[in-house]
Design a binder for this molecule. Structure first.
Ligand code: ADP
Ligand code: MG
Length: 723
């Protein structure tokens, strides 16, 4: 189909329905006059192939012409934008293979020199008489006004007040002015039929959204910045709505096809457990247990994310879920990412369940103790065989382990509830593998726990296939952790003194060494060096232990045992201790080169202290942290609230890192930002949910459904779900 065939001028055409995204998608950009072979190739280099791609190739910024400076007003050392005309272009080879292009521009008030180093293509980009917008910092050189390597946009002889500037590539030979011309043409040739709007008017009204035709028009050529914001809101909503429709439809499809277990949530085992705890549940725990229990009582398999800060009491919730399975005659499994963490969980859960009995199946009157087992790669020989047999026969009620649980040969009698701890270490595939360990007829319910909170709106997109429960309240009595940042040598010396003082009072300490991405062995070497130095110097005379990823599991376990039992005063470790290590007597943590860690990881590490009754400290060593690294450290000093930190992290890093380092490319998420558009994420999710409640297959919203298929590259949804 070509643009001219759908948009000619006769009456018959004017009567045809408005243009849809699918129609724009079917038109190659070459239907536009001015786009020939060469330009089509240049456009393809920025992934613009169809007219739809062009219409969703949005300006990266806008220039408000009433807001620009005059050359004579420029101040030395200050960044500014001017609009000027090119007077001359002169290019020169420097020594080596370096080049310099010198351009002179002027406006009615004066002249300005532009110097470009090593951008030889500027010579071709710029020519006498062109109108350009220049951003840069003025420096005076031999009494002349000049800017070095400024940003230059070609604007042509624009008349509008607001001038859009497109992402352009000098190398691909695309200029913002050309793109504008093509967009103009596409919009002009769409006027007669108009652009179709698949979003029901009631929904648009509800959110104060402008019509789509107007939005597409105004994002490209807004008359005022306010109009541009309205256009952006509308298009952001469209992107997020399509994403949420896809995520929710997928989730519901899974729910429909999977048969779950309707758990017995009225049994008394759970009640006996909660009343055996030495403390009342926090109200957040009660709420979350309510959410989980409601899921378990449904015939649909649960698929829920439990997020809660370190120490928020997630284990109790996990145990309640597993016991719910057990009281109905099923089994529970908890999978942890590491050996150390699995063992830790095993010890903790066994203590929590101590003394709990369940009815014995072979006798109506007798009770038997609840049976809990640990299965890791370390479990071998007869022990392993026995555990595997007991899992298959149902003699074991709850099993805790590592990846071993999803290995071949591990079969369950009736796996009812699966808890996966620390989701960021497992992929979707592993969750699925454990889920598949359920019986043929019914899938187990899955609860994923994470101690790395992410902001709610990010959770709605990143974990779009999961329901989310949040433990947003700490149990009483946790000692606050005071965090300090030691940035100078004297401050660092104070930190080591403080470690000695804590040890002097019978407490213990962690020293965490920097993350080294390149390799395990380099990391092991570096932590060993630190260990040796501290032992010889700052911490001489103390009992110092060493833990890193290169040790065998048995060696790791024995070091951890020694630390737990108080046989070591200071544990020098890599981030292997990041999760799950629980030694209440450890009251101080020193993080070496703290600026090399991210916020989430520092927070996670810090959670290893403050677990007992004693006041606790976290000391961040970072001598020359500046910029964002310094902001991160300041955020950690300021708050211990994981959710506040997650927000700060999002602010500092941008959503890019939450969504991963992904090339945005032709993703449907061109405008929406998890950071800027939090409210829109919530509204879009809600709107998508309501729409699908009403019309599960979008039968009555066929155009919207086709857009979801057309625009959302599978990647968008898949990517967001893999995390
Ligand atoms: P998380 O897994 O969320 O980091 P845990 O489940 O390990 O936290 O709990 C941390 C500590 O708090 C444990 O020692 C646990 O027994 C205790 N705890 C859990 N819930 C409560 C509560 N409601 N009141 C007091 N202490 C609690
Ligand atoms: Mg269920």
């Amino acid at each position: 189909m070509t643009l001219s065939s759908v948009v000619s001028s006769d009456q018959e055409v004017a009567d045809r329905p408005p243009l849809t995204m699918a129609e724009f998608k079917a038109m190659n950009v070459e239907v536009l006059s001015g786009v020939g072979r060469a330009k089509a190739k240049a456009l393809a280099a920025v992934e613009v192939e169809s007219v739809l791609d062009l219409l969703t190739y949005y300006p990266r910024r806008y220039i408000d012409r009433t807001n620009r400076a005059a050359i004579s007003d420029l101040e030395d050392g200050v960044e500014a934008m001017v609009m000027a005309r090119v007077d001359s272009v002169f290019s020169k080879r420097l020594r080596g293979s370096r080049t310099m292009v010198r351009v002179t521009v002027s406006d009615d008030t004066g002249r300005l020199g532009l110097i470009f180093f090593n951008q030889p293509w500027r010579d071709r980009q710029l020519s006498e008489g062109q109108e350009v917008v220049v951003f840069g910092k003025l420096d005076r050189y031999r009494g002349q006004n000049q800017m070095t390597n400024p940003i230059v946009d070609l604007v042509g002889d624009e008349t509008g007040r607001i001038v859009p500037v497109y992402p352009q590539s000098g190398k691909a030979g695309l200029q913002t002015r050309e793109i504008r011309r093509w967009v103009d043409e596409a919009l002009r040739r769409s006027e007669q039929r108009g652009i179709s709007d698949p979003i029901p008017e009631s929904l648009r009204k509800h959110h104060g959204l402008i019509d789509r035709h107007q939005a597409i028009d105004s994002i490209h050529r807004p008359e005022t910045m306010d109009v541009h914001y309205a256009a952006r809101n509308r298009l952001v909503f469209d992107e997020l709505l399509r994403l949420q429709l896809k995520l929710i439809m997928r989730k519901r499809a899974v729910e429909q096809s999977a048969v779950g277990i309707t758990h017995d949530t009225s049994g008394e085992l759970v009640d006996r457990f909660t009343s055996s705890l030495g403390f009342p549940l926090t109200s957040a725990q009660r709420r979350v247990i309510g959410e989980v229990t409601a899921d378990l009582a449904r015939p649909v398999p649960m698929h829920r994310l439990l997020q809660g800060d370190v120490g928020a009491g997630k284990t109790v919730v996990a145990v309640v879920a597993m016991l719910t399975a057990v009281q109905g005659g099923h089994q529970g499994a908890l999978m942890a990412p590491t050996e150390v963490l699995a063992t830790q969980h095993y010890l903790g859960v066994r203590t929590l369940l101590d003394g709990l009995v369940v009815p014995a199946s072979d006798s109506l009157l007798a009770d038997r103790p609840l049976r809990v087992a640990l299965l890791t790669n370390q479990t071998a020989g007869a022990e392993r065989t026995r555990i595997q047999e007991s899992l298959a026969s149902g003699a074991i009620d709850i099993v805790i382990g590592t990846h071993s649980l999803i290995q071949e040969g591990v079969d369950f009698s009736s796996l009812g509830v699966v808890v996966v701890d620390e989701q960021h270490r497992f992929g979707v595939e592993q969750r699925a593998a454990l889920r598949a360990k359920g019986s043929q007829e019914a899938s187990p319910d899955v609860l994923v726990m994470t101690a790395t909170p992410i902001p709610r709106t990010a959770a709605m997109t990143v974990y779009g296939d999961l329901d989310v429960s949040t433990l947003d309240e700490m149990p009483p009595g946790r000692t606050p952790i005071a965090t300090r940042w030691a940035g100078t040598a004297p401050e660092e010396a104070e930190v080591w003194e403080q470690v000695r003082a804590e040890v002097g009072q019978g407490r213990q300490a962690y020293v965490v060494c920097p993350l080294i991405e390149e390799s395990d062995s380099i990391e092991a070497r570096s932590v060993t060096e630190t260990y040796e130095r501290l032992q010889a110097d700052e911490l001489a005379g103390l009992r110092v232990g060493l833990l890193h990823g290169r040790l065998t599991p048995a060696e790791k376990e024995s070091v951890m045992d020694l630390f737990r039992s108080g046989g070591i005063d200071v544990l020098v470790a890599t981030t292997v201790i990041e999760v799950g290590v629980d030694v209440p007597n450890a009251t101080i943590m020193v993080i070496v080169d703290a600026d090399r860690f991210g916020i989430a990881q520092l927070h996670q590490l810090r959670g290893r202290v403050g677990r007992g009754i004693h006041e606790s400290w976290c000391c961040l060593l970072a001598a020359d942290a500046v910029g964002i690294a310094a902001e991160r450290l300041r955020a950690l000093v300021e708050t211990t609230n994981g959710f506040e930190l997650a927000e700060a992290d999002l602010e500092l890093r941008g959503e890019g890192t939450i969504l991963g380092e992904r090339q945005k490319g032709r993703s449907d998420l061109q405008l929406a930002s998890l950071r800027r558009d939090k409210d829109w994420v919530v509204w879009a999710r809600q709107a998508a949910g309501e729409m699908l409640d009403d019309d599960p297959d979008l039968q009555r919203h066929a155009e919207l459904r086709s857009e979801v298929e057309l625009l959302l590259v599978d990647d968008d949804a898949d990517y967001l779900m893999k995390s």
